[in-house]
Design a binder for this molecule. Structure first.
Ligand SMILES: CC1=C(CCC(=O)O)c2cc3nc(cc4[nH]c(cc5[nH]c(cc1n2)c(C)c5CCC(=O)O)c(CCC(=O)O)c4C)C(CCC(=O)O)=C3C
Ligand SMILES: [Fe+2]
Length: 403
């Protein structure tokens, strides 16, 4: 089957249905020692992160040779998704741009326009909702259009949150089962082990604005945690079924970085691990359910710090792999693209939460102090009010429209 991604209109216009390319949107990471501090300043600009924290985190990057694996991981994902789309007969190039390091989003968007691609389908390397995971990627798109003077000349949509896609969770489930087998081979029983899922801690204010805990209806708080809990319990249920035994599990948080005065989601994964011996556990399996690849937050904060904490307490330690470029994950991403090209295709989800909407709603994941341009939300035009950018030009660009 060949899916016609571009209709037969003569020249591609941002207002015509369809897409010209997929735009993989990454976080970005440094690729040499000299890149580390400028990268960290990019990440934290205007975010109120203390200087001491930056210096501390710079040591993590320097200890790993001054380079994050994240860009190579996104290059690999870009290539794998491109191959899968091509295999399915979907004729869309996969582009890749970052928030915090080269290739910067604005440069990629500008090049796409030069190449005649005016309708991009954004795909963030982040599966959940909240300002950092969802809206900030939409701001990356909106600000790229603003910076390159391409408002009205290009449209950038975004694929919905995919934490509840089968292909995102299945590789995690397999890797968890393997880790339990490893614990058993080292002489433990499943009951001796605590499965600690981890995700990025975020400020309470960011969690509260991530959407409601119940049915998706933006603006009432709690979706970030609820989505994670849904993903964790789905993975646990599947692993328990395969293993034929029940598992002890909980969700913890990692990589907290704000000032101590600001409430962030806790408990921290290291605090959980330190308390395990008192609860009779002899081992811990850490599952980075909040991340799509084994980047620095995973290899430093878990494989170094959390492992060290476990060692100090004499605990067995295993860390489960992230989906990375697992073919099932790549296939799930290709499915998400296909579901946008053909809206009659069902949106398969495997947790008890519904599929998130394709277009974010009013105030979805709004947490920024400054109002910034966004794309792919119904509220985008309103977001731009007072910024001096004409609403009509936004409407004309097709921002906030679904096709
Ligand atoms: C929710 C979330 C995700 C998951 C969604 C997604 O994947 O997008 C995520 C991913 C990542 N976070 C990363 C790195 C960093 N995050 C920082 C700071 C922060 N992250 C936050 C949240 C998140 N972060 C927040 C609320 C802050 C405070 C500043 C602010 O309010 O914005 C800092 C600054 C230093 C520090 O404070 O730790 C760094 C260096 C890397 C790259 C790793 C690599 O290089 O391999 C990745 C993938
Ligand atoms: Fe959102």
């Amino acid at each position: 089957m060949t899916i016609q991604s571009s209709p037969s209109s003569p020249a591609s216009s941002p207002l015509t249905p369809g897409w010209d390319a997929v735009l993989l949107a990454g976080f970005g990471g440094p690729e040499s020692s000299e890149d580390v501090m400028p990268f960290l300043r990019n990440v934290t600009r205007g975010r109120g992160i203390p200087e001491e924290r930056l210096v501390e985190v710079s040591h993590h990057y320097q200890a790993l040779g001054g380079s994050s694996p994240i860009n190579d991981q996104n290059r690999a994902l870009q290539a794998a998704l491109q191959a899968e789309l091509t295999r399915r007969g979907i004729d869309l190039p996969v582009l890749w741009g970052n928030r915090n390091w080269a290739p910067y989003m604005a440069d990629v968007v500008e090049q796409a326009h030069t190449d005649g691609q005016t309708r991009l389908l954004g795909l963030a390397t982040s599966a959940y909702s909240c300002y950092s995971s969802c809206r900030q990627y939409r701001e990356d798109f909106g600000m790229a259009l603003e910076k390159t003077n391409l408002i009205g000349k290009m449209r950038i949509d975004k694929i919905r949150h995919y934490y509840n896609a089968r292909g995102f969770l299945e590789p995690v489930m397999d890797s968890l089962v393997e880790a339990v087998h490893q614990a058993i081979r080292s002489g433990l029983s499943a009951a001796d082990v605590e499965v600690v899922f981890t995700t990025h801690s975020i400020p309470h204010s960011m969690a509260d604005t991530s959407g409601p805990a119940g049915t998706y209806a933006p603006g009432t708080g709690g979706a970030y945690v609820a989505q994670h809990l849904a993903a964790c319990s789905t993975v646990v249920a599947a692993a328990e079924h395969t293993l034929g035994t029940s598992l002890n599990w909980q969700l913890g948080y990692q990589s907290r970085s704000g000032p101590p005065s600001m409430p962030w989601l806790d408990p921290d994964v290291n605090d959980i691990i330190s308390g395990l011996p008192a609860q009779g556990r002899a081992g811990v399996i850490v599952v980075p359910i909040g991340f799509v690849s084994d980047h620095v937050e995973v290899v430093w904060d878990l494989d170094n710090e959390a492992k060290e904490t476990a060692g100090e307490h004499g605990l067995f330690f295993a860390r489960v792999a992230t989906p990375g470029t697992d073919p099932r994950f790549v296939s799930a991403l290709a499915d998400l693209v296909e579901q946008r090209l053909d809206p009659s295709l069902p949106a398969e989800v495997i947790t008890d939460r519904p599929a998130s909407p394709n277009i974010c709603g009013v105030n979805c994941c709004r947490n920024a102090r400054a109002v910034k341009p966004t794309t792919s939300a119904r509220d985008s035009a309103a977001d731009w009010e007072g910024t001096g950018i004409e609403t009509e030009r936004l409407e004309a660009s097709g921002i906030g429209r679904e096709w």
